[in-house]
Design a binder for this molecule. Structure first.
Ligand code: FAD
Ligand code: SIN
Length: 536
């Protein structure tokens, strides 16, 4: 079965939907999304969107804060264009119906780690849910957009599928669409498009403890790498310092986030005795950039042998706390913690992938017709450590740029090659879920234990050997088994885990989120992106 369209959008988070809404003014759009349409990291975003919106703030300050957090690896041109577009992007969201929190009629602005000014627009502590709601409502109204829920992209369609291995060109590869599995019928369809937008989100699920929902298995990065495109900076997995600690946590469920806005509001990180400790590690104290806070917590936990540290807001007005953070208050109360009366137990958890599919300033990847935006992309904005609340902004800006750049291409006459149907000859139905779940759990634990906040060559090498073994088994299994969502995700997860370790081994210094006991900090010789591409 075949679907032909002007634009194929893979993913229905902020990056995919904001692009789809603009593209639909000019052509037909198919949005393919692997679960129900709202399920995305976007839907769980709490803190908000960073943008320069107050008279005591400036583009220069936002740019400087972003560059400082990024530890010398941000691309200044990418940062500048994202920051300058901030106010326009916020206005656009308001036009689409997002109801941001206001104080005395004006947009309320909060502060988060690494920011020198209050500049985060938000919708109490449920910003992402409101954005996703508004975008999906606008999408529903649009006759040109068809959303395919419970459809997972398996692989990008390139010369490899059309002309075979020998037909893959030496220079630029071209993407004509994707093979997509309908997870409810088990049928694989061909989606063909003049422009393909990869907006598949992050890869936090490669780690045992993560704030990310189940969809975040790095599918886009794995698909592009397999197709021969460039990916990079995957060593920079950001650990959010404050996920709610539960001794009986089920790692299949995302760790509940305690927003950085809680620290911006005055929350203080303390140890079990109630003593603040961040000043020992960073002059910005509890509001230092995330890499510094996560490392400090890791060190405090190792030193004390305690399983967590605490975030204390008990000195703040209880009614104000409840009004500002209704969701966090309610979720903690469900867990038996009244945050107005006792400190919140917190631990770091994998949160955001700063690397991804390498793009230029228009979201173009190294594969023709293929754009990558949002958390799946490496645009140069985040460098070695993303500044809080810069990712929703980056997703909006680059989706807008990708839309503008791809418009002429989408208006050309349709010219697709003869793409073969998906073939599953010589495969069997295997009821081997136990093998898959075992492999998945092993990868996630390996990554947590050996490729975490503090790294060493010894641990990284050990991780790589084991991951490669699992990767070989998974690939053999994949070749002889009917595809399922679990199998596709496992294949991607192990691929991305291997790429993260390879990037980490390639970087022979400590920088930002990549901290290793084997190399010194900020060696100028390594002030460059780590780019990986499969050998032809
Ligand atoms: P997502 O929103 O994750 O969407 C990805 C989409 O791709 C999903 O629809 C998914 O189903 C689909 N998909 C994935 N693989 C496939 C496939 N193979 N086939 C088909 N569909 C696929 N950032 C901020 O700036 N501010 C915040 O306050 C903030 N808070 C956060 C809180 C939490 C708990 C989390 C987890 C993240 C937070 N972030 C925040 C980060 C931010 O939410 C994400 O980086 C951003 O939402 C990513 O948007 P996206 O559109 O790129 O991806
Ligand atoms: C948070 O609310 O702490 C998340 C913000 C982000 O990830 O940018």
């Amino acid at each position: 079965m075949e679907v032909a369209t002007d634009y194929l959008v893979l993913g229905s988070g902020i990056a995919g939907l904001s692009f789809a809404l603009k593209a639909a003014q000019h052509g037909t759009v198919a949005v393919v999304t692997k679960k129900e349409r709202a399920e995305s990291s976007t839907n769980y975003a709490q803190g908000g969107i960073a943008a320069v919106l107050s008279p005591d703030d400036s583009f220069e300050l936002h740019v400087e804060d972003t560059l400082k957090a990024g530890a010398g690896l941000c691309h200044r041109d990418a940062v500048e264009l994202v920051v300058k577009e901030g106010p326009r992007m916020v206005r656009e969201l308001i036009e689409w119906g997002v109801e941001f929190t206001r104080r005395e009629g004006k947009l309320a602005l909060s502060r988060e780690g690494g920011h020198s000014r209050d500049r985060i627009v938000h919708v109490s502590d449920l910003t992402g849910r409101e954005i996703e709601r508004a975008l999906l409502e606008r999408v529903k109204e649009h006759g040109n957009i068809e959303v395919y829920e419970n459809h997972i992209a398996i692989d990008l369609i390139t010369e490899h599928h059309v002309f075979g291995v020998k037909g893959v060109p030496k220079g630029h590869i071209t993407c004509w669409g994707a093979y997509v599995l309908n997870t409810q019928t088990g049928l694989v369809k061909k989606f063909l498009a003049k422009v393909v937008l990869l907006a598949t989100g992050g890869s936090g699920r490669t780690y045992l403890h993560t704030t990310n929902p189940r969809i975040a298995t790095g599918d886009g990065i794995a698909m592009v790498f397999r197709a021969g495109g460039k990916v990079g900076n995957l060593e920079f997995m950001q650990f959010h310092p404050t996920a709610l600690y539960r001794p009986d946590a089920n790692p299949d469920e995302p760790a509940f986030l305690i927003s950085e806005a809680v620290r911006g509001y005055g929350g203080v990180l303390v140890n079990r005795k109630g003593e603040p400790f961040m000043e020992k590690y960073h002059h910005m104290g509890s509001l230092a950039p995330r890499d510094a806070v996560a490392r400090a917590i890791d060190q405090e936990m190792k030193r004390s042998g305690e399983p967590c540290v605490y975030l204390d807001v008990t000195h703040k007005d209880p009614e104000e706390t409840k009004a500002r953070f209704p969701n966090i208050y309610a979720r903690c109360l469900e867990a038996g913690i009244d945050i107005t009366e006792e400190p919140i137990p917190v631990v770091p958890a994998a949160h955001y992938m700063c690397g991804g599919v390498a793009t230029d300033l228009w979201g173009r990847t190294s594969i023709r017709n293929l754009y990558a935006v949002g958390e799946a992309a490496l645009t140069g904005v985040h460098g070695a450590n993303r500044l809080a609340s810069n990712s929703l902004l980056e997703a909006l800006v680059f989706s807008d740029r990708a839309f503008r750049d791809s418009l002429p291409r989408a208006q050309e006459p349709e010219k697709f090659p003869d793409v073969p149907d998906w073939s599953e000859e010589n495969v069997f139905n295997a009821e081997e879920w136990v093998l898959l779940s075992h492999d998945r759990d092993e990868i996630r634990r390996l990554m947590w234990d050996y490729v975490g906040i503090v790294r060493s060559n010894y641990r990284l090498q050990r991780a790589l050997r084991r991951i490669r073994l699992i990767a070989k088994e998974v690939e053999e299994f994949y070749r002889r088994t009917k595809v399922t969502m679990d199998l596709i995700e496992l294949r991607n997860l192990v691929q991305v885990a291997e790429l993260i370790v390879r990037c980490a081994l390639a970087r022979k210094e400590s920088r930002g989120l990549h901290y290793t006991t084997d190399y010194p900090e900020l060696d100028p010789r390594w002030q460059r992106d780590t780019i990986l591409q499969k050998k032809p």
